[in-house]
Ligand binder design. Structure first.
Ligand code: ZN
Length: 186
């Protein structure tokens, strides 16, 4: 794949995938130099994020704004924007996990359940309702955040601990809001 900047012709280092309303709105491939310029440009333009209006005490709702697939580093960066605010939060995640998130942003509804729809289908089959997702903890020992799937069940509420990258894909497939605890925000 080649850099999409006219006249460049260098091999692409990254794909920059813009997201709005949980749908991909633009996708470009860039070489390292043009990728850096493009990302600097997008972060210089501060704007207010949109998404679910659901509120959760002590937490802030975020939604996907940008996915950067880094072909050579075998990883990706996911940027989520505060709904109704300007704060950005980012994770570096595995390349495969980011492809799952991109799949959720591109293909819906899919004729057969995709991998990240499976947990939600199991919960529903067992009588649970996935209400929302919240990133609630940072574990310094493993340098990673934890996310909880918050499920309502006739026996009460149930939490399921998952990785934020999986949680985000599940949120997109199921349409539930994605929160981050205020105490984890910079
Ligand atoms: Zn280029």
């Amino acid at each position: 794949m080649r850099c999409s900047v006219s006249g460049c012709g260098n091999e692409a280092d990254l794909a920059r995938i813009e997201v709005s309303g949980r749908r991909v709105v633009r996708e470009d491939a860039f070489c390292q130099q043009h990728g850096r310029i493009s990302l600097e440009h997008s972060f210089a333009q501060e704007h207010v994020g949109s998404g679910s209006t659901t509120r959760l005490e002590g937490a802030v709702c975020f939604d996907v704004e940008l996915v950067v697939l880094r072909f050579k580093d075998d990883c990706s960066d996911i940027f989520v924007r505060e709904v109704g605010g300007v704060r950005l939060f980012q994770w570096r995640i595995g390349y495969y996990e980011s492809l799952c998130i991109c799949g959720a942003l591109k293909i819906a509804p899919h004729p057969r359940p995709m991998t990240h729809e499976v947990p939600a289908r199991i919960l529903a089959a067992l009588g649970g309702v996935l209400e929302y997702i919240v990133v609630d903890r940072y574990d310094e020992a493993i340098n990673a955040h934890h996310a909880q799937l918050m499920v309502q069940h006739r026996s009460g509420s149930v939490q399921v601990d998952v990785r934020p990258s999986d949680a985000l894909a599940i949120a997109i497939y199921t349409g539930v809001p994605f929160f981050i605890l205020e105490t984890l925000l910079p």
